[in-house]
Write a protein that binds this ligand. Sequence first.
Ligand code: ADP
Length: 273
Amino acid sequence: TPVTTNMDTLILEVEKFAKNRKTEIESLKVREAYRKEFIGNVSHELKTPLFTVQGYILTLLDGAMEDPVIREKYLNRAAKGVERLIYIVKDLDMITKLEAGDLNLNYTNFDIVELVQSVFDLYEMKASQKNIVLTFDMKYLEPVIVHADKEKIQQVLSNLVVNSIKYGKEDGTTEVSIENLIRNKVIVRVTDNGEGIAQGHIPRLFERFYRVNKSGSRKEGGSGLGLAIVKHIIEAHHERIYVESDYRVGSEFSFTLERVKQFPVVDISTKTP
Ligand code: ADP
């Protein structure tokens, strides 16, 4: 009868409503857990450098200030700690924006060869402290023009090159190479012969705050966010990122970019008819 049909429809509607509410609540719970975990991680990351800086300042106030040599040493260390805090906060700001999808990419055409060179210039000193040589394997001598957000790609290259130095071995090498892929793509590889990563860690490597060796990373001033930032930036470009690594042999991180085809400019005036 029509009455039962109406009742049935009503029950179905109520059930559907309850199910939707349940999914909504579930997803809110997931987001809440995620937020709590993030805040927990952040406070944990900030605590160590904050206590370090506090320690130096308190020791100075406690009388260490009298000795000019110690004073200078401790002030320098406190400044280093503050510098580390600034790096962590900058990385946190970046990851928050990337995860919220709040970061607009500013696409331009630029020469990736030149960008690699400028990143090398920035980290040459850091590399030389471990006697690591930065080399560039160029398959072609001409510029390679890509279409991407230059500042963000510079950050990607910097994070990968810095990691290769941090986790590289004394007297090692970091090599960057650029190669044409099929069609309009290039692949940029950053390869080192450093400590490498055991296979079991690889699936989680790009998660924020994930580290293979916690104390090793902190000692090197890492925030544990570098690779998460790299992955987000590459994915925001709709490109791919890969990692291959062998424990104690070395690692290779690579990513793709869109290449702008450059047609050779023919000077008509010099052409004989
Ligand atoms: P971190 O600030 O700890 O360097 P990242 O997100 O950049 O954070 O890297 C996450 C972890 O991945 C590092 O702690 C390190 O264990 C590992 N890792 C990253 N790059 C390399 C590399 N080139 N060689 C070996 N291990 C690496």
